[in-house]
Design a protein around this ligand. Sequence first.
Ligand code: C2E
Ligand code: MG
Ligand code: MG
Ligand code: MG
Length: 287
Amino acid sequence: KEDRSGIGSCEVFEPAMRARLKERCEMEVDLKAALDAEEFELYYQPFVDMAEKRVSGFEALLRWRHPEKGMISPADFIPLAEESGLIDRLGIWCLNTACAEAATWPETMTISVNLSPMQFKSDTLLADIDNALKTSGLAANRLQIEVTESLFLDQSDRILDILKEMRSRGLTVSMDDFGTGYSSLGYLSRFSFNKIKIDQSFVRDLGRQENIAIVRSVIGLSKSLKMQVIAEGIETEQQMRGLLAEGCREMQGYFFSKPQPKEELPRMIAEITKRWTGDLGASADAA
Ligand code: C2E
Ligand code: MG
Ligand code: MG
Ligand code: MG
C-alpha cells in the first residue's frame, strides 16, 4: 500500500475547511444583498460627561440583522466588508444615517462614527463626509470620526493629509482603542488628534497597578498635547470612580448604557440624566 501519512491529515481537515470557506462565501453574498434589503441598523451608545453630568454624545455602532443567522457582530462582518470592497458603500450609509439621526438631537450632543482604514483609500471620503453633513444639516463640529492605530500601517502622508482636512472642517478626530495597536506615539506628535479613547482593556482591570499607571500617563499625555480624553468599556461604579479620580471626565460603557436603537434614546437620556443629577451624582462629586 502506498504511504499516505501527511496527506491523510489534509484529507481529514479538508471537509471542515471547505465548510468554513463556503460559510464565508455565503456570508459575503448575503452582505452584498443586505444593504439593499435594509438589514443594517445603527445602535447608539452614550458618552457621559461626568463633570457636567450629562450625555455629551453618542457613538454609532453598526449591527447586521441577518434574516436567518440573527444579529451579527461588526467584528465578524466588517473584515468581510473590507475584503469584498463593500465597506465604502456601507461606510457611506453609516455616515449618512448617523448624521441624519444626530441632526434631530439637542445641539450639545455629538455623534461619533467609526471609519475603517479601507475607507481612507477611497478618493471620495471627504466628499462623502461633506455630503452627509450637507444633506442632514448637521454642523461639522458635532461630528466625530474614530480611527484606530492600524490606519497608520501604510500610506501615512496621505492619511495625515486627509485627517488634517477633517480637522480643518471642524470635525473631531479621535484615536480609538488607544494603546492596543502599533506605534501610536509618533503619530500623536506628528498629528495631534483632538481626542484619545482609552481602550477598554486598560479600564477592565483598573485594580492592577500597571493599568492605573497606563491610564494615568495617557490622561497626562492628552492634557499636555491639549487633547480631549474619553475612557471606554466602563462596566462598574468602581471603574467610573477610579477614572474620575485620575481626571478623566468623559466616559462610555455598559455601566451607563449598552448600545441601543435610536427609538430608545430619549428614555436613555432621561434615565442617565436623572441618575447622575440625583444621589449617585452627588456622591461622585464627593469622591
Ligand atoms: P469600538 O469602536 O472600539 O467600539 C467599542 C465596542 O465595545 C463596541 O462593540 C461596544 O458595543 C463595546 N462596548 C461598549 N461598552 C462596553 C462595555 O462596557 N463592556 C464591553 N465588554 N464592551 C463594551 P461592537 O458594537 O461589537 O463593535 C465592535 C467594533 O466594530 C468597534 O469597536 C469598531 O471597531 C467596529 N465597528 C462598529 N461599528 C462600526 C462602523 O460603523 N464602521 C466601522 N468601520 N467599524 C465599526
Ligand atoms: Mg469606536
Ligand atoms: Mg474602542
Ligand atoms: Mg475596538
